[in-house]
Design a protein around this ligand. Sequence first.
Ligand code: SF4
Length: 290
Amino acid sequence: MRDLTHEILELIRRTSSDLPKDVEERLKAAVEKETPGSAARGALETILKNVELSRKNSSPICQDTGTPIFYVKYPAGWSTLQLKKQIRAALADATKRSYMRPNSVDAVSDKNTGNNLGGDDFPYIHFEEIEGDELTIELMLKGGGCENVGAQYSMPDNRLGAGRDLAGVRKAVLDAVHKAQGQGCAPGILGVAIGGDHGSGYIKSKEVLYDKIGARNPDPKLAALEEQLTREANEMGIGPMGFGGKTTVIDTKIIGLSRVPASYFVTVSYMCWAYRRRKMTVRGEEVIYD
Ligand code: SF4
């Protein structure tokens, strides 16, 4: 089987040191909406300058290089055992080269492993066998600050007056945005899962964050709610880094899951402005990076 360690190292470098084009464009557009001379505009301008420098120097765009989450979709014939070894080797190498901060701390002993390799759960790797002959590896670096403000609601939520319907989902998501203010490094991107269980809700609310900015759910009701939530979150006036302003959220993505009749969860994963996600595709001998 082909050794992709070097190519995965490059995927990590690109993910950590640069923002995807669609995210950067949305942040640039947000600058124009903020008042000249305001703290909000200043924060966005600093973020964009910082991204430019990091891209040039191959240095992390944020000091917290986050939790590495990999999604590997592979055709028949690849060994997940070998791919896992290659991903782990690439991550340790990326840490040595300072593309990544040593970020894996044993929760019991409090020791940092120094190489971003924890137990089986760090980095987190999802594998899925697919039809066809292309292998894809997607990587997300999920910052700790924004992970801390993720939230899950078991509906109905009497405190919010929110029921088991899309109106209730709206109230829960806006409550999560309200509670996150001043933390989580806005402007953020909201990943929302409706249904599932405690575990699948969080997994799927992160998976939707791999989609492009502006990509809408095919269900028109959910697509409309995505746009409404982005608009209403921005009307709260929390603004970049909580300084006040018009840009609190740059996009919202919703996924509807199955649920058992007894449960109705709304799960919100909050992604900070350092929305680091990249993809590599192996097509024959060629490796393409998005
Ligand atoms: S939440 Fe995001 S931007 Fe803020 S410190 Fe963490 S990784 Fe950096």
